[in-house]
Ligand binder design. Structure first.
Ligand code: AMP
Length: 501
């Protein structure tokens, strides 16, 4: 029997919204919306989804909307109806969308007018219910079920660099834990105002930006998509206190600043002083980018490490020294250990695989019990990333199976080699991979993008790099590209680079 209630929701994020009432929750191209607006719109969405039933009982509802208030109202509406929210990525191909929809056995699709032509036909051939947000809003709100926080809340798809993406299932309690550790560590408050310029199919935008803001009673200003000049305009013209992005976004913001006239540059740099914190994550932040951003903005970017399966795990401090090239220490409630190939914790200073335990760790891979089993060891989630602790802080060495290169009996980190090669005056960007070699096991192969007018060949790169890298870390293959292949989150797709060699 489902209990029905009008008192505070058991879904932690909804209960929080109920506390913030008339404060402004979201500002987007359509206007400014309060927490009360969010509760009202999400209850209409929930009522339409329920269509007379008491509880969706974890039916999956996939949705595709432009980032903004409507997106948040749909996500919350799905939760309030007892459903599992499956945010779909914008700019996907039909077959990618079909994969997410079929894999989750989606029962209902929700979209805005912009996504209708893409999703309505997919729903039709599958006989899936299709709901358009603006039409749903016109309906009434009915009583909603009480949803326990241990229930499944969301499925996010991993980047899936080698196999097909896996659906990462988190419960309401997992998401609340992922939020609370960041709210505490980065001192979120209702006075905060953050800009969203990240896509909403990934933990970075969904949890770190939107959910943390709406937990805290803060305001989230949403851009429909990243655009360097729009971001700079908001930094200059809006009362932002926080900004979070991936390293490639900072690279693009730096390029836009460089291209601006001197007087405008001064305005933009000065505006950065209003913000209290700027964060980078989801991929390694090149030290050169951190340094350049500091020159431009005065901010030492706070780098943190996390993953879809665990939310955020490691972070440089909000207060206190941030170590360039490091990701700091475990966040509140997150336990982290480094494990060697023998399955035991490594000695201090020795690289090991990161394992994570705590309330923020996901529940399971959707419909993949074996993959779920393999991902855990004695209750710890095996991240597949290698790190080392140096002077008390963690440094990420990369994905164990891609970035840890085994060459001539040595092990080297692709991320470390990239950090060095980026210092070469001709190199703008680079990605290092290992390519199989009969004699060496793997050879170091570097794909580079050159600065305008730059030229580079392998012998000259090796001669230059000899001074900084041990012989076994020197690239023995070089590929000059116009651009590195990157996914929607700006992450370099290393398997694609390996294939090029
Ligand atoms: P995703 O699940 O798409 O967020 O990807 C998570 C992966 O991104 C991690 O397993 C790491 O390999 C990588 N990653 C995230 N943050 C960092 C960071 N600060 N430095 C290096 N790699 C990172």
């Amino acid at each position: 029997m489902v209990s029905r209630t009008r008192h505070l929701s058991h879904v932690p994020l909804i209960a929080q919204a109920e506390r913030h009432g008339a404060r402004t929750a979201v500002v987007d191209s359509q206007g400014s919306f309060t927490y009360n607006d969010l509760l009202d719109a999400s209850s209409r969405v929930a009522t339409a989804l329920l269509a007379g039933r008491e509880d969706l009982q974890e039916q999956r509802v996939a949705f595709l909307l432009t980032p903004g208030f409507a997106w948040v109202a749909v996500q919350r509406g799905i939760w309030r109806a007892g459903g599992v929210a499956v945010p779909l990525p914008l700019n996907s191909t039909r077959s990618e969308l079909e994969y997410f929809i079929d894999d989750t056995q989606t029962s209902t699709l929700m979209f805005d007018a912009a996504a209708e032509t893409q999703l309505a036909p997919i729903a039709e051939v599958r006989h899936i219910r299709a709901l358009r947000y603006d039409q749903v809003l016109a309906g009434q709100a009915a009583e909603l079920p009480d949803v326990a926080s241990e229930r499944r809340a969301m499925i996010l798809y991993t980047s899936g660099t080698t196999n097909r993406p896996k659906g990462v299932v988190t419960t309401h309690a997992n998401i609340a834990a992922q939020i609370m550790c960041l709210v505490e560590a980065w001192e979120w408050s209702a006075d905060d105002r953050i800009l969203l310029c990240l896509p909403l199919h990934h933990v970075h935008g969904i949890v770190n930006v939107v959910a943390c803001a709406l937990w805290s009673g803060a305001t989230c200003e949403a851009l429909p998509r990243f655009d360097a000049s729009a971001v700079w305009e908001r930094i200059a013209g809006s009362a932002l206190t926080l900004f979070m992005a991936v390293p490639t976004i900072y690279v693009k913001l730096i390029a836009a600043w460089d291209a601006a006239p001197p007087a405008r540059r001064a305005v933009l740099s000065q505006a950065c002083a209003k913000l209290r914190l700027m964060v980078s994550g989801s991929a390694a932040l090149p030290v050169s980018t951190l340094e350049r951003w500091k020159e431009i903005s005065g901010h030492t970017l706070l780098e943190r490490y996390g993953m879809t399966e665990i939310g955020m795990a490691l972070s440089n401090p909000f207060r206190g020294g941030r170590v360039p090239g490091s990701v700091g220490t475990p966040l509140p409630s997150v336990e982290v250990q480094l494990i060697g190939e023998n399955g035991l914790p490594v000695a201090p200073g020795t690289p090991g695989e990161i394992e994570v335990r705590g309330p923020s760790v996901f529940a399971e891979y959707w419909a993949k019990p074996e993959a779920t089993r393999d991902a855990f060891r004695d209750g710890w989630f095996r991240t597949g990333d290698t790190a080392v602790i140096e002077n008390g802080v963690y440094r990420i060495l990369g994905r164990t199976n891609i970035d840890i290169l085994k060459t001539g009996g040595h092990k080297g980190s692709a991320l470390e080699i990239e950090e060095t090669l980026r210092e070469h005056p001709a190199v703008a960007e680079c990605a290092v991979v290992g390519v199989p070699d009969l004699e060496w096991g793997e050879r170091v192969a570097a794909a580079v993008v050159l600065n305008d007018g730059g030229a580079l060949d392998l012998p000259s790169l090796r001669a230059w790099a000899k001074e900084f890298l041990a012989a076994y870390k020197l690239p023995s293959r070089l590929l000059v590209l116009d651009a590195l292949p990157r996914n929607a989150m700006g992450k370099v797709m290393k398997p694609a680079i390996k294939a090029m060699f």
